[in-house]
Unconditional design. Sequence first.
Length: 119
Amino acid sequence: MATQDWKKFPAAWREEIETAEIVGISPISCYEIALAQERGRLELPCAAEEWFRDALEPMDIVLLPLNAEVACKAVALSAVHKDPFDRLIIATALVYDGRLASVDGLFSLYPEIKDRLFV
């Protein structure tokens, strides 16, 4: 089941996510999950495509469009690090005026996203 590790999320994250009007993710997050599975760094109970279908649709999670505004925002972010995928994920949260849940410690170094990170 896609939500089997839901209890491992910090309680404050779970509460905010469960009460949000819209829960969305960047397609870049899907790419990173599929890549991690392919490289053996993440074990999913099934193929990534099936896992995404089972995880996203039943929970009404929206894939937020990756568009020119997101791309330009990612390029304009502070020069914390150069990972384009992380920058696109951060830019997606900014463009869609969302909060961002991530365990990546570098995200908190971006001044643009500090007030939007789950803590």
